[in-house]
Design a protein around this ligand. Structure first.
Ligand code: FES
Length: 106
């Protein structure tokens, strides 16, 4: 089972065979930024600093081909096949720019 280090918090979690990084992180109690958990929103977009993942289906809105070429992944769709290091790009539950924008609109 691959070990995945979450660079944002310096913590390593073990990911079961066939499990996504997001699923393993949430099970471990990590406040990993996410939304749909289904490859549609892009909230879990992360940088794969090291290692390999199999990427499950997702929308192009959530992750573009350019994103993939730049080393970005969706944690909710990424099943690690080797040990890996990842860093999420979002803000977790603390208020981020997206949430602040939502507040302004309401
Ligand atoms: S949580 Fe929505 S794309 Fe991953």
């Amino acid at each position: 089972m691959p070990d995945v280090t979450l660079l944002n918090i310096g913590r390593t979690i073990t990911v079961a065979e066939g499990q996504t990084i997001l699923s393993a992180a949430l099970e471990a109690g990590v406040d990993y930024p996410h939304g749909c958990k289904a490859g549609r929103c892009g909230s879990c977009k992360s940088r794969l600093a090291e290692g390999q993942v199999d990427h499950l289906d997702h929308t192009r809105f959530a992750l573009t081909a350019e994103d993939r070429e730049a080393g970005l992944i969706l944690a909710c769709r990424a099943v690690p096949t080797t040990d890996a290091n990842v860093a999420w790009l979002g803000q977790g539950r603390s208020p981020g720019r997206g949430q602040a924008a939502d507040l302004v609109r309401t």
